[in-house]
Ligand binder design. Structure first.
Ligand code: FE2
Length: 422
């Protein structure tokens, strides 16, 4: 199969489009309309127009198709009741599978075709929202036979049939605020990012109680994903003042509130702040990009079955060190975290140690060996993992592009927990 991101012409065009000289001429910054807080879906009188009353005004047919999975269906049922009160007919599809396999996405699109919604409501974690986005593309564009070939440079023409509302039930992926959908090519054991500005949800509704059911491990993994988005985005060459503001604030919030939400899932303030921080980090990286952490983490996670947040988060220290010879943007993160040392190098070392101790406090290893990957398995899959990382479109956004050989060395260093010294 030819993936859009392995096309040589695109590989050279995408980084060019992100160059500061080009982006400086005209830089878009896209966000959904956001509603957040304990009453974000309230039907109580006196709180102004509800989200779905507002949405109903722009929907002729008032047919809402709710995409969810077996974990989030309890929240989806509550959403369905609210949506119905705004005059919609609803259908709930609760068969979304983890990591949005392409065949599962097609099944979802088929169900959408049968119901003909004019609003799609995704209620769930990142996989549910990403799967709903991809199914939405197929629903709008039945002529697209293969999602893996959809290039970000060509218009999709979405919203002729439906708009998209995202209601996350985890605090991490930020998919409710990004124009990306990551699906899985199961046969190739490969993650496929579909990228288009049109994939940005129209509305994002943040109800912290929907994330309160996450167990500590999932809280840590998803929260770490959000931290990775924020830190890697600050380092991206595609960043701008708006993305920096979102990312730096999110880093501060996550370092403060994730340990609290991890220790005590009933800590309402921590849950609310993490829910908001995850979307802020999503807005940041959705507009400004992520690089090595996700290029390497996608391949690692898919091959060894490691949770996405852990698979990308473990690479934060290595990515910061690898970028440092050509950018000192990490000093912006140090400033927010009040890390001040005698030199840039010392500040970087202190920041890396701060990230490592944060990982340890969440019970997450700081190297690949510690994540439980046996050396034998690591060696067996090494070439594939390196190649998939090297080809991952997140690599296009690295402030310091890594060669295939550098990717290999980075993986070897990350396996042993060795500081990057090249
Ligand atoms: Fe991520």
């Amino acid at each position: 199969m030819t993936y859009w991101f392995t096309e040589p012409a695109l590989k050279s065009l995408v980084p060019l489009a992100g160059a500061s000289a080009v982006r400086g001429l005209s830089t878009p910054f896209t966000v959904p309309r956001l509603f957040m807080g304990a009453n974000a879906l309230s039907e109580a009188a006196g709180l102004g127009a509800g989200v779905f009353d507002m949405i109903a005004a722009s929907c002729q047919q008032k047919r809402a198709f709710i995409v969810t999975d077996k974990h989030a269906v309890r929240y989806a049922n509550r959403v369905s009741e609210v949506v119905k009160k705004s005059g919609f007919t609803t259908e709930t599809w609760d068969k979304a599978e983890p990591e949005a396999p392409l065949e599962n996405v097609s099944a979802c699109a088929e169900a959408m075709n049968g119901f003909e919604p004019d609003v799609i409501v995704a209620v769930g974690g990142g996989s549910v929202i990403d799967g709903a986005k991809a199914a939405w593309v197929l629903y709008e564009r039945p002529d697209i036979a293969d999602l893996a070939t959809v290039s970000p440079l060509f218009p999709l023409g979405l919203r002729k049939k439906a708009i998209l509302v995202a209601i996350p039930t985890t605090s991490g992926t930020g998919s409710d605020c990004t124009a990306v959908s990551v699906v899985t090519d199961t046969a190739a054991k490969r993650k496929i990012p579909i990228v288009s500005p049109e994939l940005m949800p129209d509305f994002s509704v943040l109800v912290p109680a929907f994330a309160a059911g996450m167990p500590p491990e999932l809280t840590a993994g998803t929260g770490l994903d959000a931290l990775t988005h924020a830190i890697d985005c600050v380092m991206s060459p595609m960043t701008n003042d708006f993305t920096d503001a979102m990312a730096l604030r999110a880093i501060k919030m996550i370092l403060r509130y994730l340990p609290r939400a991890y220790r005590d899932g009933t800590d309402h303030e921590a849950r609310l702040r993490m829910h908001i921080a995850a979307s802020m980090a999503g807005i940041a990286f959705g507009n400004g990009g992520v690089a090595l952490t996700h290029a390497m983490g996608h391949a690692l996670g898919k091959t060894f079955g490691i949770h996405h947040g852990v698979a990308v988060g473990v690479f934060i220290p290595y990515a910061l060190q690898f970028y440092s010879p050509i950018t000192d943007k990490y000093l912006d993160i140090c400033e927010v975290l009040k890390i001040e040392d005698t030199s840039s190098e010392a500040s970087l070392a202190a920041l890396v140690e701060r990230v490592r101790s944060f990982l340890r406090a969440l019970g997450i290893a700081t190297d690949l060996k510690g994540l439980g990957i046996a050396r034998e398995d690591f060696e067996k899959s090494f070439d594939t993992v390196v190649l998939h990382s090297f080809e991952d479109p997140s690599m296009f956004q690295s402030p310091r592009p890594a060669t295939l050989e550098q990717c290999e060395t980075l993986f070897r260093y990350a396996y042993e927990g060795k500081d990057v010294d090249f």
